[in-house]
Design a protein around this ligand. Structure first.
Ligand SMILES: NC(=O)C1=CN([C@@H]2O[C@H](COP(=O)(O)OP(=O)(O)OC[C@H]3O[C@@H](n4cnc5c(N)ncnc54)[C@H](OP(=O)(O)O)[C@@H]3O)[C@@H](O)[C@H]2O)C=CC1
Ligand SMILES: O=C1O[C@H](COP(=O)(O)O)[C@@H](O)[C@H](O)[C@H]1O
Length: 480
């Protein structure tokens, strides 16, 4: 069971709160991991009373939580913790009302989870301070993306920094809470095997793909101002890149891990000006079929401009200018409405230096984050029978099977517990977020400057053709 603290979820009626945060808190409650006295208060403008909010939350939790894990009894006891307060976070006076409603804290501080659009973060922090709700024991969780650009991220970080010490700030990136992502660190730093070959001398290139079948759903208003670059690359994909590329931290703690990640972000070779034409591909989905169902083009989605040139797909050839990685491309790719949903990291090794056999492919290490969690090493083996016919075989570590007796935690469960415990190892530090924007901003500017309008791709395909050329030009291909 964890430390006692209360949690305030700003944006408690939103997509994130209802689809991810409440189901994760429900699981933690059901597993007995929350302090019995912990209270959860959801906040938003909608004038709901507690009963109507509970009905809304229950409907979503039932839909998100596996049938076997949901029971009316567990929901009833969880809902005793849950309450709702209607307020407008842009109104300072509402925070006075909130402070009176909350009364004195239970002695262990509060977690303020900001599941709202980032432009509200500055107001919320300032108003919390004025209302006396930002004491030294409180913590604040900021959802990604932090800002829209380096400048806006700096402004948000500065405003938050006026109220909260950096140790109280938890910038969440839910990819870091995924089991296989943490397993990547275990693989690299708990096995002596990989370290000697984890470098330019042995690795040809790295691929990081986060492919989705979903479109923008109900988030058109947000997404159309963000696009895949700000929504996914600036945070999730760059965090994955950091974990693949960073040096071993001296300790497994927040400062040591984050120091190493920042060094990678700072070593990313800038892509600016005309480089964007050679090293990046933007795409936008047009109408197509997903799972046999017709889906509309992006610009016909709800709350999206019908002449929108927002990208729903990005592919980038990134390079890291340091001793370990010089000359090794890291190909990043993410998109919505693609043929299949999966996220994976592929480490493509170089071929053997001298070829003895007619067949043979270079080794490759596949780290599959979802839908299944597995790590598999592709090796060459002789096929049975006469002659030396070789074929690739997989040395497979199926993590879900290996730990089949334990329920697989959702990323938010793990990260919410870390916040409650005050462990920020898997959260982004201020300088990390800013270093990521420093690399992303010139690409966004290059697209704007050189009118790189997105290449269309039909929904249900692997993205625009140009994303393939990005690799094919160098004799490589995506691991599909
Ligand atoms: N949805 C997702 O899967 C993910 C979202 N995120 C991030 O999480 C954040 C929230 O996203 P999402 O849930 O999708 O957004 P939504 O638009 O679905 O929800 C926004 C929430 O904020 C509330 N809100 C808006 N304005 C105010 C206000 N002035 N005062 C009080 N409450 C307000 C809304 O309620 P009301 O209008 O009633 O006030 C609603 O509850 C964003 O920063 C997003 O980038 C990050 C990862 C994944
Ligand atoms: O942060 C986000 O992530 C989701 C994808 O997350 P996953 O855990 O399902 O892979 C993405 O759909 C969303 O647009 C983005 O904001």
């Amino acid at each position: 069971m964890t430390t006692l603290c209360d949690m305030l979820v700003f944006g408690g009626t939103g997509d994130l709160a209802l689809h991810k945060l409440l189901p994760a808190l429900f699981h933690l409650h059901r597993d007995g991991r929350l302090h019995p006295k912990m209270r959860i208060l959801a906040l938003a403008r909608n004038a709901l009373d507690r009963q109507r909010y509970l009905a809304l939350a229950e409907r979503h939790c039932r839909a998100q939580v596996a049938r076997a894990d949901f029971s009316s009894e567990a929901w009833r006891s969880f809902s005793e913790r849950l309450d709702y307060f209607a307020m407008d976070v842009s109104q300072s006076a509402d925070f006075g009302r909130l402070a009176r409603y909350l009364g004195p804290d239970q002695g262990c501080g509060r977690v303020h989870y900001l599941a709202t659009a980032p432009h509200l973060f500055e107001d919320i922090a300032a108003h919390l301070a004025i209302a006396g709700l930002a004491g030294p024991q409180s913590r604040i969780v900021l959802e990604k993306p932090i800002g829209h650009s380096l400048e806006s991220a700096r402004a948000i970080n500065a405003a938050i920094g006026k109220v909260f010490d950096e140790s109280q700030v938890f910038r969440i990136d839910h990819y870091l809470g995924k089991e296989t992502v943490q397993n990547l660190m275990a693989l690299r730093f708990a096995n002596a095997l990989f370290e000697p070959i984890w470098r330019a001398g042995h690795i040809d290139h790295v691929q990081i793909s986060v492919c989705e079948t979903l479109g923008v759903e109900n988030r058109g208003a947000y997404y159309d101002r963000s696009g895949a670059m700000r929504d996914m690359v600036q945070n999730h994909l760059l965090q994955l890149l950091c974990l693949v590329a960073m040096e071993a931290p001296v300790r497994f703690d927040a400062e040591a891990v984050r120091n190493e990640k920042v060094k990678i972000l700072e070593a990313l070779q800038p892509i600016s000006g005309l480089d964007v034409r050679d090293k990046t591909v933007r795409g936008q989905y047009s109408a197509g079929k997903i799972g046999g169902q017709e889906v509309p083009a992006y610009y016909f989605e709800k709350n999206v401009d019908n002449d929108s040139d927002t990208e729903t797909f990005v592919a980038i050839k990134a390079e890291i200018d340091n001793w370990r990685w010089a000359g090794v491309p890291f190909y990043l790719r993410t998109g919505k409405r693609l043929a299949r949903k999966y996220s994976e990291i592929v480490i493509q090794f170089k071929p053997v230096p001298h070829r003895l056999f007619a067949d043979g492919e270079a080794n490759c290490l596949l780290i599959r984050l979802q839908p299944e969690e597995r790590i598999s090493l592709q090796l060459m083996a002789k096929t049975p029978g006469k002659g030396m016919r070789l074929e690739p075989v997989e040395l497979d570590l199926n993590l879900a099977q290996a730990f089949s007796r334990q329920r697989r935690w959702d990323a938010y469960e793990r990260l919410l517990l870390d916040v409650i415990e005050g462990d920020s190892t898997l959260f982004m530090r201020r300088d990390e977020v800013e270093a990521a924007w420093r690399w992303v901003d010139p690409i966004l500017e290059g697209w704007h400057e050189y009118y790189q309008s997105p290449r269309p791709y039909a929904a249900g395909t692997a993205g625009p053709e140009q994303a393939h050329s990005l690799l094919e030009l160098h004799g490589r291909q995506w691991h599909d």
